[in-house]
Design a protein around this ligand. Structure first.
Ligand code: ASP
Length: 606
């Protein structure tokens, strides 16, 4: 028999009254009340009240000494609580345990923050004492929820013939657009392993190996600048299939995600099936390839009206190949000058030169530049945006990328300001048909939109030689409420085509052979057509649990500054270790503050 417990703290109910029980866990709270000592005993499964009666004097005195977070084991009888004393907030709230024995397993120092209350606690402190933070309800729930979801993923895929296969952590670089984490190889002085930015090459090689359907709950390590939803290491559901099509991959993940949302979260899906938008359509309607479909405020193109207008700013933008687009916003009421200045700043921060704004009155438009538009043009602007009297119209005239980005930011601003996104709903959608490449203006070169293993659309193959930037790739993203949850693609499986894509992104034959030799060789052995996807698990859990960042859904995340506060990493290593690794530091540790780490050309951007 287990010496610590016969039951868990979450399972006892009225039907157990009269039974003997032994429980183990932490002192959640202690109250001395009406001559009795009450303990809320907490374990992973729940909380139950334990009472200590002064009639058992020795036990009572011991109970009086208990403090929060002491680890104890108690024995006693389950009893119905006296009428009126039930606690409907606890699943065990109808009963209590009347203690007959108490064992203190371990005392606890006073915790640096309260475990039993959800109060704001400094995040660094939480991360330093993460093992205590994880005892708190919010974190416990998130981690257990995450387990449920991941288990469901495994079961779902297993039922459909997928095999889980581990791929190495110590390997050669697999670029996904970030810097590699490198590990010095002791046995090969001057040489390094790279930690995988994703298992991309391995999963493709597993298709060449004939496993047909692979998945892995995989860690991906990327040394990139930190943001709210990024971490040096994150977990993805990495997945690959042979002899497949884009639709098949999308349907599979859509089925899985529909079940996860509906069976495990209290959220409602806005639309089923998930809408599928091409990249061009997403940009055109929402100014973003991660559109938040929980609300409207769609962008409208008024370039044709602008082209013939007197207003030089509008006309000029269209004449130089850009566009003029706008959104109509209702429910704003009067806007002060300060408010329109704030809105203008949102647009200019995104690169726009300005923001033209109008108010719709019954008999036309008002606003600083309204006088440049004829009555007829005013009517066309208004009807193009489907606006009503009282609405405001906002227009940006510029190069398309600037127009899209500034209106996207404004759209999201109004979403938050006007509370347009419904609570508890999830708008999942697919964005497909991305360009295969994009132009990196800073480095003046072409780079892959996703990664360099993506298959171009069949129809565009010829354009690879003539106009690569216009080639559409067979690649797709899953987006939820404006957050990207997954990226994937159909892959190249022929060595000649792979070689060509490498050369377009500036990797010559020799370099390709050195960096991706295994792939190129493997493709010569009858590699099957294949494709896959890699949904991020941390982000999914974050969205489903309404958490503001992924640190809240990871057991042991790094800080925003990429440090492990609890383990105090990274840290210096001994001279002996460095010597073994054949490494000499260029500067003493800590002396390089403010230095500029060499930048690494990026090779994709997901
Ligand atoms: N390897 C890609 C990533 O990590 C996903 C994929 O294409 O399957 O984003």
């Amino acid at each position: 028999m287990n010496p610590y417990r016969t039951h868990t703290a979450g399972e006892l109910r009225a039907k157990n009254a009269g039974e003997q029980t032994r429980l183990a866990g932490w002192v959640h709270r202690r109250r001395d009340h009406g001559g009795l000592v009450f303990i809320d005993l907490r374990d992973r499964w729940g909380i139950i009240q334990v009472t200590f009666d002064p009639e058992r004097a020795e036990l009572f005195t011991a109970a009086e000494k208990l403090r929060p977070e002491w680890s104890i084991s108690v024995e006693g009888e389950v009893a119905l609580r006296p009428e009126g004393n039930e606690n409907p907030e606890l699943t065990t709230g109808e009963v209590e345990v009347q203690a007959t024995e108490l064992r203190v397993l371990n005392e606890s120092a006073t915790p640096p923050f309260e475990i039993d209350r959800e109060r704001e606690v400094d995040e660094l402190l939480r991360l330093k004492y993460r093992y205590l933070d994880l005892r708190r309800e919010r974190m416990r729930k998130n981690i257990l929820f995450r387990h449920q979801v991941v288990k469901h993923m495994r079961d779902f895929l297993d039922e459909r013939g997928f095999v889980e296969i581990e791929t190495p952590l110590l390997t050669a670089s697999t670029p996904e657009g970030a810097r590699d984490y490198l590990v010095p190889a002791r046995l090969y002085p001057g040489q390094f392993y790279a930690l995988p930015q994703s298992p991309q090459q391995f999963k493709q090689l597993l298709m060449v190996a004939g496993f047909e359907r692979y998945f892995q709950i995989a860690r991906a390590l990327r040394d990139e600048d930190q943001r709210g939803d990024r971490q040096p290491e994150h977990t993805q559901l990495d997945l690959e299939m042979s002899y497949t099509t884009q639709d098949e991959v999308l349907d599979l993940i859509e089925g899985l995600y529909t079940e996860i949302v509906e069976d495990f979260s209290g959220k409602k899906l806005v639309s089923k099936p998930f809408p599928r938008l091409t990249y061009a359509e997403a940009m055109d309607r929402f100014g973003s390839d991660k559109p938040d479909l929980r609300f409207g405020l769609e962008l409208k193109d008024v370039s044709e009206i602008a082209r013939s207008s007197e207003f030089k700013v509008f006309r000029g933008a269209v004449e130089s190949g850009g566009s003029v687009r706008g959104i109509a916003v209702g429910g704003l009421g009067d806007l002060s000058r300060r408010e329109t200045d704030e809105l203008t700043k949102i647009a200019t921060d995104a690169g726009a030169k300005g923001l033209a704004h109008f108010r719709i009155e019954v008999d036309g438009l008002t606003g600083p530049v309204a006088k440049f538009f004829s009555e007829e043009e005013q009517t066309s602007l208004r009807t193009s945006l489907g606006a009503e009297p009282g609405d405001w119209l906002f227009f940006v005239a510029d190069r398309n990328p600037v127009v899209f980005e500034s209106l996207n930011r404004l759209r999201l601003h109004f979403r938050d300001r006007l509370g347009l996104a419904g609570e508890g709903v999830l708008a999942l959608c697919w964005v497909t048909d991305f360009p295969l490449f994009e132009w990196n203006e800073d480095e003046k070169r072409i780079e892959p939109m996703h990664h360099m293993f993506t298959m171009p659309c069949e129809e565009d193959l010829e354009k690879l030689d003539t106009d690569p930037l216009s080639v559409i790739g067979q690649l797709y993203d899953l987006v939820a409420n404006g957050t990207e949850l997954a990226s994937g693609s159909i892959r190249i499986h022929r060595p000649d085509l792979q070689q060509k894509v490498f050369s377009i992104v500036g990797i010559d034959k020799e370099e390709a052979e050195r960096r991706f030799g295994a792939m190129l060789t493997a493709f010569r052995y009858g590699a099957p057509p294949h494709g896959g996807i890699a949904p991020g698990i941390d982000r999914l859990i974050m969205v489903l649990q309404d958490e503001p960042n992924i640190r809240e859904v990871m057991a042991f995340p790094k800080t925003q500054a990429a440090r492990d506060e609890m383990m105090d990493a990274p840290g210096p290593v001994s001279e002996v270790q460095l010597k073994e690794l054949n490494i000499a530091l260029r500067r003493a540790p800590g002396s390089d503050k403010g230095s500029n780490p060499a930048t690494h050309p990026s090779e994709g951007n997901n």
